[in-house]
Every structure is written in structure tokens, then in C-alpha cells.
Design a protein around this ligand. Structure first.
Ligand SMILES: O=c1ccn([C@@H]2O[C@H](COP(=O)(O)OP(=O)(O)O[C@H]3O[C@H](CO)[C@@H](O)[C@H](O)[C@H]3O)[C@@H](O)[C@H]2O)c(=O)[nH]1
Ligand SMILES: [Mn+2]
Length: 734
């Protein structure tokens, strides 16, 4: 590990630098102090258990939750010991454009209604227009929805790109997603821009019309050469059962832009074969098919993976990445360069914590000082070689044409190339091969991104976190609470699949990547385990107040201050992390609130589903996050930062119960404090903290009338269910 490397040299000039964060020393000292505090607390619990000072059941529960909290704190601390910030200098990159490496871009989409084809087209256009030699760019769109609507949109995009690309380059347009550009400059001054705008509007209305009507009618097809393709969608065709479709929509060898001066990048539509009987491994499967198809067709050494909702916001990004990928000193072990996920249209104080500051910023710089950031699924440039075994040991695929060193020299549209491409996109192609286990993106987890990045690090690959001031990619994030918690439920299930497997970071990870990196990876793998302390601290002290039993030390006890120190210490450091990486105080408050909410919803149901799946009682799939926001009332509530609970869902039950429980406890505790002189100060502080955090829930239960309020049924059921723990704890608390 070389966390303190100041700079690195490529081609004679410094292309990138790296400096440790200034807060590191302070953090290291604090880590020692906090660790002593945790040891003291463990001693306290142990002592209570042995001397039976209080009920062993209560002490054991507290011990269990404090062990989980301490472990989580340790995982965060591992990522606080070597944080680094990097800068790179693409303007110094000296190679001639003809020597730039080829770039394959993978865009995944899976459903034309949740992921509007127009959005996919914009994503594709934004990368096709990169400031990079066009003949070196190939954009592959994988459509797991197998939809003619998406193909139609891309066909339109190909046609429009012949005008859009020269326009961007000539006028040095910075927003290369046309949708973004024209929403910023809705009244262009000159004719040229006006003209382009009209073309875009025209294309947009055609695509939207086709999507709305649900099928591509022949009169809408404007490119005769592609007319026949839509005949592939026969009556038997369904999204779960259909043959492979590969369509070259633009070919850099023959297609020129409308000025006839520049060549156009490749654009390829791919919908892999699906059949009912064979597993398709969701996005990981799609990416592996992309890897193979692109290997056959272009085999570029650099690969960019993008989700269909993530458009490029900076045309110079690929050159920035070359500052790392071509650096002779690091390139042999460099697996990928990851950009942070940034989102468009987040509310002012980010009520649902959709920015994921800890995930995408704070932890990233922590990992970056060790072996490098984890892969987050999108906005990531890969060295193709990293999918084929460790840096020192190349694992060859079953046929040479799929290997990273294979040189594609056949003309692009040659029949045998296309035939092979169809073949490797077949749904049974992977049977009895290394794909998904030793080669390519790894199968076995719903969070294929986390799992693949982790396994690459285990193999010895490094990665780099690249977070330039000008955001490189913008994506879309869920804008209603049910979408937020459902997305994180999927993540929770995927993470449990990793943490409880034989590749668990706590064993395998620590062994292969070292202590700090392995434990750092545990923070995600064991993310759902937060639910243990959350449930215990959300109910136990509150029930204790109700029954007049104390679970925490009293104010005159020295241990009281230990609790105060550990609680405020941990929270203050979390706040500091957040603010130092550019967050606001209010944003932090919302972030810690969502942390509790996800524990009582996503993690809870994630655990249940994972258990059912492990017992073979159910299966879970990849539930797509919807990117179509057409509910205006809902968007308005989001902008005003009002929680949107939307349709009735059991997902909200536990959090509503906790909210009610804590409110009861606060009322009870205050009554006891003022009228009976009971002093459950710590218990009361905890319950008040939870109550303050639950304000939006009370509001949604009692005060609101709009459609986003908490459904009556949920409130009612939660009210009744809260009595279950109250009544049952009578037996062990009284
Ligand atoms: O069977 C599938 C399912 C999904 N996708 C694509 O996967 C991407 C991510 O799906 P989304 O619904 O947006 O999930 P998110 O939770 O928003 O995505 C985050 O989490 C995923 C893992 O759960 C990662 O793959 C993503 O990169 C990461 O942004 C989208 O482009 C989909 O089109 C497929 O191609 N095939
Ligand atoms: Mn997404």
C-alpha cells in the first residue's frame, strides 16, 4: 500500500497527484480514544453480566447491539485512516489522438416504461459526443427489456447524432445530452441552434409518441435500411423469451456526419437471448454479454459502464481517465477508475439522503488511500484485462476471440463477426464456462457492482477514485420514500448474499486484501446488520421506561458519562466527515434520519426475504427503480421536502411502530420525571432523539391530508402491533 504517494509521472509530465487529507492525524488520535471508550463499555457489560447487577437478558441484548455498533464503528474507522484526494491534469495529456486507446461504452437498460427510451437515447448521445476521436468510440446499449421502443429511440438518436455531434464540437457545447442542453437554452439565438432544437423536438415527439402507443408503426420508421429489423418482434416474442437481436445502428467505418467531414462513433443495439428455462443473472448477465459481444466486434482495451439514466456531463472525461489508465507506473495493476454517482434534481436538503454521501464520497476517499474505491455499477472506466483473472495470471476464455488481447481486424459488418456475436449472446452460452465465476462480472449477488469490485480487489487489482470539480456523470435517484426503501431492500439482500457467503469480506476479504481493506468492505457487506442495534435501542429502553426499570447507568454513575461520550463522539465525527466533504448540516440531519428509517424498512424486509430465499421458500429478482417521474403532485411534495409515503405498504409498519413506541415512552418518561421523581435520563434522551427524528412520521399520521400521507391502514395496524412488545415485555421486564 502506498497511501502517501505524492504524485506520479506519465510521459515526462505529472498527469495526476494525490495528497492525504489534513484531518487524518486528528482522526487517528481520536480513534485510539474512542477505542478505549468501547473497551471500557464492553468491560462494563461483561461485569454486569457476571455480577448479575441487572437482568441478564437486558444486558445481553445491550451487549449484542453494542458489539454490532462497535464493529460498524471499526469498519468506518478503517476508512478514516488513509483518506486521499486526487487531482488529474488532462490538459497535459500529450499523446496524439490517433494513439488514444479505443473505448467501448456499455449502457444497460431493462424496461421502456420505467426507463424511458428518450432518456436512454440521451445517455447514448452524451457519450457519443465525447471529446475523443469518434472512430475510437463504440457505444453498446444492452436492452434487457427486449423492446422495439428502445430500439426505435436509438435509431432516432443515431440519425440525430449526425447533426448533434458536429454542432457540439463546432460550438464547444458543454452539455452533450441534448435534453439537458435544450432545457438550459430553451430559446437559442442563432439559426443553427434553432434548427438543431427543432430537430431534437421532432425526434422527441416521435419517440414519445411511439412509446405512448406501445408499438412502432411502419409509418414512423424513417430509416429504410432498418425497416426489416422490427419484423423480428413476432407474436411469440416476449421480454422473457426471445432470440438475440444485434443491430448496428451506426458504423464508424462508413457513417459520416452531415457535414461529411467527420466519422461517427459506432452505435450498437443488443438484446441478448432470453428463455424461460435459463437464468439470466440480471445486470451482471447483461454486462457479461456486453463484454463478449464487444470483444468480438471491437475489443477496446478501455470500457466504460453506465446505467441508462446516467448521462455524461463533461466531454473531457475519457482523457481525464487516460491520465491514470496509461500511466506506466500503475497501469499494470490498475483495474478501474471509478467516478462518484451524482444525481440531478435532488431536493435542497436532500430529504431521502439520496446523495449517499458516505457511500459515494466519504468512504471512497478512504478506500482510495488503500487499494482503491469499490465499484458502484456506473460511471466506471475499466481496463478490459481485469475481467480475465488477476494481474499476473491471465485466464483465457473458451475461445480466443473473447480474450482481452485478441485483435479485431475483420471489417465491422462481416457476416462471421456478427454470427459469432449472436452466438456469444445466446442464453445458454455461459453453461460450463468461467463466465460469472472467474471471468467477467461476478454472479451471486443482487449488488453485482459491489461484489465484482470486491472480487477484483481480492484478485489483486487496484482502483482509483476520480472526483473532479466538474461532475462527470449525472444520474437519477428515487423521489418517493417507497422507491427509496425498496431500492435499498434490494441492496440489503444483495449484500447479505455476500456477507454470508464463503467470500465474506470478514474472512476471505481480510485474507486477500489485508485488514483495513477487508474490514472496510465489511461496512457494506454487513450494512443490513445495523438493524440489530436499531431494533434493540428503538424498543428496549422505551419499554424499560414504561415498566419503570432502568437499563442505562444513572447520572451519578461514572458510566453515564461514558455513554454520553461515545454517543456524541460517534455522531460528531459522522457530522464532521459529512461537512468536510462538502455536505450541509441540514443535509446531515436528514441523512442520519434516513439511516434509521432504512433500518426499520429496507434492512428488516431485506433480512426476511433473504432468509426465505435461503430456505428456498421464495425467489427475489432485481426490481428496477423507476426513472419516470410523471406524478406532478409527488414531484411537488418532493421539492417542498415533504415525506411521500404513497401507497399502503407493509414496508412502513416497523418504522411507524417505533415512532409510536418512542412517543409513548417520552410522554411516560416526562410524566415519571416530573410527578414521580423517576430519573431515566439516558433512556429519556434516547427516546426524545428518536421522537424528534420521527416528526415527519407523526405529521404523516395525524396532520396531513394529501395523497403522500401515511395510509390509515398502516397507522392503525402499527398502533395495534405496538402493544405486542409492550404486553409481552411485561413478562421479562416486570
Ligand atoms: O435485469 C436487469 C436489471 C437491471 N439492469 C440495469 O441495471 C441498472 C441499474 O438499475 P436501477 O434500477 O437503476 O438500480 P439502482 O439501485 O438505481 O442501481 C444501483 O444499484 C445497482 C445494483 O443493485 C447497480 O447495478 C447500479 O449501477 C447502481 O446505480 C439499470 O441501468 C438497469 O437497466 C439490467 O440491465 N438488467
Ligand atoms: Mn439507478
Amino acid at each position: 500500500m502506498e497511501p502517501h504517494r505524492k504524485h506520479s509521472v506519465g510521459g515526462g509530465t505529472t498527469l495526476h497527484t494525490c495528497h492525504p487529507c489534513r484531518r487524518t492525524n486528528f482522526y487517528r488520535i481520536y480513534a485510539v480514544v474512542h477505542t478505549c471508550g468501547i473497551i471500557a463499555l464492553m468491560y462494563h457489560h461483561g461485569h454486569s453480566l457476571l455480577t448479575r447487577r441487572s437482568s441478564p437478558l437486558i444486558t445481553s441484548l445491550l451487549l449484542l447491539s453494542d458489539v454490532v455498533l462497535a464493529f460498524m464503528w471499526a469498519t468506518t474507522t478503517c476508512l478514516r485512516l488513509y483518506p486521499v484526494h486526487r487531482s488529474e491534469y488532462p490538459e497535459r495529456y500529450g499523446a496524439k489522438p490517433e494513439d488514444f486507446p479505443k473505448l467501448d461504452v456499455f449502457i444497460c437498460t431493462a424496461d421502456p416504461y420505467k426507463e424511458p427510451p428518450l432518456m436512454v437515447a440521451n445517455t447514448a448521445l452524451s457519450v457519443m459526443a465525447y471529446d475523443y476521436p469518434a472512430d475510437k468510440i463504440s457505444v453498446y446499449v444492452s436492452d434487457d427489456g427486449g423492446s422495439p421502443l428502445t430500439l426505435f429511440a436509438l435509431m432516432e438518436a443515431a440519425k440525430f447524432s449526425k447533426h448533434w455531434l458536429p454542432f457540439c464540437k463546432k460550438n464547444n457545447v458543454q452539455d452533450r445530452s441534448p435534453e439537458v442542453y435544450f432545457s438550459k437554452y430553451s430559446h437559442p439565438k442563432d439559426d443553427e441552434a434553432n434548427n438543431i432544437k427543432m430537430m431534437y423536438e421532432d425526434m422527441k415527439s416521435r419517440v414519445e409518441h411511439v412509446v405512448h402507443s406501445g408499438k412502432v408503426k411502419p409509418e414512423f420508421i424513417t430509416c429504410d435500411q432498418f425497416r426489416g429489423v422490427f419484423d423480428l418482434w413476432t407474436n411469440k416474442f416476449t421480454r422473457h423469451d426471445h432470440p438475440t437481436i444485434i443491430q448496428v445502428l451506426q458504423n464508424s467505418e462508413v457513417d459520416m456526419d452531415e457535414t461529411k467531414k467527420h466519422v461517427m462513433p459506432n452505435l450498437i443495439y443488443l438484446s441478448r437471448e432470453k428463455s424461460k428455462g435459463s437464468h439470466h443473472y440480471f445486470k451482471a448477465g447483461a454486462l457479461n454479454t456486453l463484454l463478449r459481444v464487444s470483444a468480438v466486434m471491437t475489443n477496446s482495451p478501455v470500457i466504460l459502464t453506465l446505467d441508462c439514466d446516467m448521462y455524461s456531463n463533461d466531454p473531457t472525461t475519457p482523457v481525464r481517465v487516460l491520465c491514470y489508465l496509461t500511466d506506466r507506473e500503475i497501469k499494470s495493476c490498475l483495474g478501474y477508475v471509478q467516478f462518484p454517482q451524482k444525481f440531478q434534481g435532488i431536493s435542497k436538503n436532500d430529504i431521502y439522503a439520496s446523495e449517499f454521501k458516505r457511500l459515494f464520497d466519504i468512504n471512497m476517499i478512504g478506500f482510495d488511500g488503500l487499494m482503491g474505491p469499490n465499484f458502484v455499477g456506473t460511471g466506471c472506466f475499466f481496463n478490459r484485462r481485469c475481467f480475465y483473472g488477476s494481474p499476473s495470471n491471465l485466464i483465457s476464455p473458451e475461445i480466443n476471440e473473447l480474450g482481452p488481447n485478441w485483435i479485431v481486424d475483420n471489417p465491422f459488418k462481416a457476416q462471421d463477426v456478427l454470427e459469432l456475436a449472436h452466438n456469444v449472446a445466446g442464453c445458454n452460452y455461459e453453461c460450463n464456462t468461467n463466465w460469472g465465476s472467474k471471468i467477467g462480472f461476478k454472479y451471486g449477488s443482487l449488488v453485482e457492482d459491489y461484489y465484482t469490485g470486491y472480487r477484483l480487489h481480492c484478485e489483486g487489482w487496484r482502483s482509483i477514485f476520480c472526483s473532479p470539480k466538474k461532475v462527470a456523470f449525472y444520474g437519477d435517484s428515487p423521489k418517493s420514500l417507497i422507491d427509496v426503501v425498496s431500492q435499498q431492500k434490494r441492496w440489503a439482500i444483495g449484500l447479505l448474499e455476500v456477507s454470508l457467503s464463503r467470500y465474506s469480506p470478514i474472512t476471505y476479504g481480510v485474507k486477500s486484501t489485508g485488514l483495513l481493506m477487508g474490514i472496510g468492505y465489511c461496512q457494506y457487506a454487513f450494512w443490513p446488520f445495523w438493524l440489530i442495534p436499531l431494533f434493540i435501542y428503538g424498543f428496549l429502553p422505551q419499554l424499560a421506561i414504561v415498566y419503570g426499570v432502568s437499563v442505562f447507568p444513572k447520572t451519578y454513575d461514572l458510566w453515564f458519562w461514558l455513554y454520553i461520550f461515545l454517543f456524541f463522539g460517534a455522531y460528531a465525527q459522522d457530522l464532521l466527515d459529512f461537512v468536510l466533504e462538502g455536505g450541509s448540516y441540514h443535509g446531515w440531519w436528514n441523512d442520519q434520519r434516513i439511516w434509521m428509517i432504512r433500518g426499520f424498512s429496507s434492512f428488516f424486509y431485506g433480512f426476511i426475504e433473504f432468509t426465505l430465499k435461503s430456505l428456498n421458500l421464495s425467489t427475489h429478482g432485481f426490481n428496477l427503480t423507476s426513472k419516470a417521474n410523471d406524478d406532478e403532485e409527488q414531484s411537488k411534495r418532493y421539492e417542498q421536502e415533504i415525506f411521500d409515503f404513497g401507497p399502503s405498504s407493509p414496508m412502513f409498519l416497523p418504522m411507524t411502530m417505533v415512532a409510536i413506541m418512542n412517543l409513548l415512552a417520552v410522554v411516560w418518561g416526562l410524566y415519571g420525571l416530573f410527578f414521580r421523581g423517576e430519573r431515566f435520563i439516558l433512556e429519556l434522551m434516547l427516546a426524545s432523539f428518536a421522537t424528534v427524528n420521527s416528526f415527519p412520521i407523526y405529521e404523516a399520521m395525524f396532520l396531513r391530508k394529501d395523497r403522500g400521507k401515511l395510509p390509515k391502514y398502516v397507522c392503525f395496524l402499527a398502533g395495534i402491533l405496538t402493544f405486542v412488545p409492550i404486553v409481552s415485555s411485561y413478562f421479562f421486564l416486570k
